[in-house]
Design a protein. Structure first.
Length: 395
C-alpha cells in the first residue's frame, strides 16, 4: 500500500480528518455529568438510572465493536465512518426534543453504537497509513477523543447558562459531526481498502488468552475513565460546588488527559518495551483517587491533574500495546476491536456499580476506593506485557 509519508500534505489532511472524527466520540457522554442536576430537575432519574446514560452507550460500544470490522469490510472503511458520523449527529441533535429518561437513554445508545463503529475501524487505518509512527498518531487520535470530552464537559454548563436549556447544552455537539463529515468525505481517495488477511480478523481472538488479558486490562482502565466521566462532577456538586464549577473541574481533568494523551505515546514511541511507561501512569491514577477520597477540598486541582495524566496516557497506551502485538494492519485492527469490545462491556458496568454504591451508601467514596484496588491489580497485570514474547502469544 502507498505510504502517506511520501505525500506530507496528504498525511496532514488525513490526520486533521482523523482528529475531527475523533472529537465526536465522547461529547454525547461527557456532556451529561455536568448537567445531571438540571436534567434530574425535569426528568425523574435516580443516580442508578442516571448511570445508564453512561453505562448503556459504553455497553453498546462494546457489543457494536464485534460487527464494526465486518461492516467495514463489507461497505468499506471510509463509507462506514461517514454513516457513523451521520448517526452520531442525529442522536445528539435529537436531545433537543426529548422529554423522558427512556428517550434520553435511547439517544445515548444510538450514539454509542455509532461511536463503536468508528473506534473499531480507525486504529487499523492508522496502523496502515502511518505505519512508521503508530504510537505518535494513535496518541493524536486518542487525544482528540479526550479533547471532545473536555470540550463537552467544560462548555455544556456554560451553554446551558447562556441559553437557559440543558437540552441545547447536550444537542449543540451535533455541530462537531457536521464539521467532521465535511473533512472526512473529502479524504475518500486517501483510504483505499485495507489489505486482506486469510485469517478471520475477529472471531479467532475469542480463544486466545493474551487477547483476553489485553481486553480485561483495557476494560479495567476504561472503568476508571467512565466512572470519572460520569461521577466526578456530581461528586463535587455534593461537596457544595456549583454545577458550572464542577463541570470546569471535569474539563480540567480531561484537559490533563489531552496533555498526557499527546505526550505519553510520543515518549513511548521509540521504546519496544512500554511497561515502565504504563506502570507510571497507573501509579498516578492511584495517587489521584486517594487524594479525591482523603482530601477532596484541599489541593483540588492536584487530584484531577494526577487522574487526568494517568487515565489520559493509559487509554492510548492500552491500544498501542494491542497494535504492537501484530504486524498486519487488518489483523491488528481486529485485535483492537476485540479488546475494545470486551473492554467496553467490562467498563460499561462500572458507572452503574458506582451509582448503586452512591444510592446505597450515600457517598461516592467507596466507588473511588474500589477503583483504586482495581488499578493496583492492573499494576500486576502490566508485568505480563513483555514484547519479546508477543509473537508467542498472538499470530
Amino acid at each position: 500500500m502507498e505510504n502517506v509519508h511520501a505525500k506530507p500534505t496528504t498525511a496532514l489532511w488525513l490526520m486533521i480528518s482523523v482528529v475531527l472524527v475523533a472529537l465526536n466520540l465522547r461529547p454525547s457522554m461527557a456532556a451529561v455529568g455536568p448537567l445531571l442536576s438540571s436534567i434530574r430537575g425535569e426528568v425523574p432519574l435516580s443516580f442508578s438510572a442516571a448511570s445508564l446514560l453512561t453505562m448503556l452507550p459504553v455497553m453498546a460500544m462494546g457489543l457494536a465493536m464485534f460487527f464494526g470490522i465486518g461492516l467495514g469490510k463489507r461497505f468499506g472503511e471510509h463509507r462506514s465512518i461517514v454513516l457513523a458520523l451521520v448517526l452520531i449527529g442525529l442522536a445528539t441533535l435529537s436531545r433537543l426534543f426529548l422529554d423522558s429518561a427512556a428517550e434520553l437513554i435511547l439517544s445515548a445508545i444510538a450514539a454509542g453504537v455509532s461511536i463503536a463503529l468508528i473506534q473499531a475501524l480507525l486504529p487499523a487505518l492508522i496502523k496502515s497509513r502511518f505505519s512508521d509512527n503508530v504510537s505518535l498518531f494513535m496518541g493524536l487520535y486518542v487525544t482528540a477523543i479526550m479533547g471532545g470530552a473536555a470540550l463537552a464537559a467544560s462548555f455544556s454548563p456554560f451553554i446551558q447558562v447562556q441559553t437557559g436549556s440543558w437540552r441545547i447544552g447536550l444537542a449543540i455537539w451535533a455541530v462537531l459531526a457536521v464539521v467532521a463529515l465535511l473533512f472526512w468525505s473529502a479524504q475518500r481517495a486517501a483510504f483505499p481498502p485495507l489489505p486482506q488477511t486469510g485469517a478471520d480478523a475477529q472471531a479467532s481472538f475469542f480463544g486466545n488468552r493474551r487477547a483476553w488479558l489485553l481486553a480485561i486490562f483495557f476494560g479495567l482502565g476504561t472503568a476508571s475513565y467512565t466512572c470519572v466521566l460520569a461521577w466526578l462532577a456530581p461528586y463535587y456538586v455534593e461537596q457544595g460546588w456549583s454545577a458550572q464549577n464542577a463541570g470546569l473541574l471535569l474539563g480540567f481533568l480531561t484537559a490533563m488527559e489531552v496533555v498526557s494523551g499527546l505526550l505519553t505515546p510520543a515518549i513511548a514511541n521509540r521504546r519496544q518495551d512500554k511497561r515502565s511507561v504504563v506502570a507510571v501512569l497507573l501509579v498516578l491514577i492511584i495517587a489521584g483517587f486517594c487524594g479525591l477520597i482523603l482530601s477532596p477540598q484541599h489541593l483540588t486541582l492536584l487530584w484531577p491533574c494526577l487522574l487526568g495524566l494517568g487515565i489520559g496516557g493509559l487509554f492510548p497506551m492500552s491500544l498501542i500495546l494491542c497494535l504492537d502485538h501484530l504486524d498486519n494492519p487488518r489483523r491488528a485492527g481486529g485485535l483492537t476491536a476485540f479488546v475494545q469490545g470486551i473492554g467496553y462491556l467490562i467498563a460499561g458496568i462500572s458507572p452503574l456499580i458506582a451509582g448503586v454504591i452512591r444510592d446505597q451508601l450515600g457517598s461516592f467514596e467507596w466507588a473511588w476506593w474500589s477503583l483504586t484496588a482495581v488499578v493496583v491489580v492492573m499494576l500486576l497485570m502490566v508485568l505480563r506485557f513483555d514484547p519479546r514474547h508477543y509473537a508467542r502469544h498472538i499470530r
